[in-house]
Design a protein around this ligand. Structure first.
Ligand code: TXA
Ligand code: MG
Length: 342
């Protein structure tokens, strides 16, 4: 398959390019496009053949449901069986933006989108290119992150090309996705709203609107009920090719331990990559660079990556910590606890 790359101005998306991409989606094609969080790989959400092509292109397991992107709140009515009481206020506060709402689905949504779950995940993205595309199609667009399965999410069109060139019809190149981490996934289908995936919208910000919100522990291991609550939220996601070991705990001790382990690995003839955002106090900067840096480390051909953990205290810190822990896929050294090791 030939992949067309269309360069679009993020500030003022070219109407002809958008129209071309919209036509492609309507005809059942695959279009990768920038959102404010990461690049998405879109297909007509009500066309199950088109959606099936997403799974094929990414090599994604079919039990991992997709987020449906829409132009505005009104468009969700056709996708849900009813609108949860808290949804309008959340949408008013956070849409367009990096919040995904999980709601009871309507029969219009094909099984392939929701992996057979009784719920559907929906969001209204804020990136001008995504908005222009959704406005032009007036279709709900199912779109996971536009990476090959288990690779870090793409924050630039070049990442999408690296993973999906020859597997998708069109890539809209609208420059870097500025947030750099995926949306917060909030489940409104239960009694208490639950964050299934921490992301760009913090728990605190959600709490301001909801009062009561809980964090579903997504990084505690795949054997618990998390796997059923949200099948895509397994560990070993966002993983670079080189095994990544994450060091958490007291900063001074972490630094000494990372240095010692790097020295030992180098002495053993292994090429070591270090991921350390410790000197960067601004978590928005860390978020925007995290996935790109993981890809760069991989491209440099390192044999292993040693990464310094982040505190996970503020909203974005929690999301960064979550992605780092997943990338580590269990290889976490907590220097504060004497019993853990590589
Ligand atoms: O920022 C984002 O959310 C990006 C951009 C492209 O919008 N999309 C994204 O999609 O990250 P993806 O497929 O990589 O992640 C979607 C997450 C998965 O963890 C999936 O399990 C969860 O949302 N999800 C989707 N539908 C769900 C549902 N009905 N119930 C629970 N979780 C769901
Ligand atoms: Mg993804």
């Amino acid at each position: 398959m030939l992949t067309e790359v269309l360069i679009v101005d993020a500030a003022a998306p070219d109407a002809a390019a958008i129209a071309r991409a919209a036509r492609c989606l309507r005809q059942g094609g695959l279009v990768a496009f920038p959102t404010e969080t990461v690049y998405g790989l879109g297909a007509h959400a009500l066309d199950s053949h088109a959606v099936a092509r997403i799974f094929e292109a990414k090599g994604r397991p079919v039990n991992d449901p997709l987020i449906v992107h829409v132009a505005d709140f009104e468009q969700i009515e056709a996708l849900v069986s009813h609108i949860p009481a808290t949804a309008p206020a959340l949408a008013a506060r956070f849409w367009p933006g990096a919040l995904t709402l999980v709601m009871p689905r309507s029969t219009a949504v094909p099984d392939v989108v929701t992996a057979g779950l009784p719920t559907v995940a929906v969001r209204v993205p804020s990136h001008p290119v995504a908005r222009a595309l959704l406005a032009a199609t007036r279709l709900p667009v199912a779109a996971p992150s536009a990476n090959l399965f288990s690779r870090p999410s793409p924050t630039r069109a070049s990442h999408v090309r690296d993973d999906l060139e020859g597997r998708v019809d069109i890539i809209l190149d609208g420059g870097p996705a500025h947030v750099g981490l995926e949306s917060t996934v909030l489940d409104l289908s239960g009694d208490v709203p639950a964050v299934l995936r921490p992301g760009a919208i913090s728990l605190q910000a959600l709490g301001d609107v909801l009062g009561d919100v809980r964090l579903w522990h997504t990084t505690r291991g795949a054997a618990d009920s998390t796997a059923m609550r949200s099948p895509g939220l397994l560990s070993k996601h966002y993983a670079p090719r080189a095994p990544l070991t994450l060091y958490e705990g007291a900063p001074g001790v972490v630094e000494a331990r990372m240095k010692a382990d790097a020295t030992a690995a180098t002495a053993a003839g292994r090429k070591v990559g270090v991921l350390d955002f410790g000197a960067e106090p601004d978590s928005t900067v860390v978020a925007s660079r995290l996935f790109a840096t993981l890809r760069e480390l991989d491209a440099s051909g390192v044999d292993l990556i040693l990464a310094r953990g982040v505190p996970g205290l503020d909203g974005l810190g929690l999301a960064i910590q979550d992605r780092l822990r997943r990338a580590a896929a269990g290889r976490i050294v907590n220097v504060d606890s004497p019993r853990t090791g590589v």
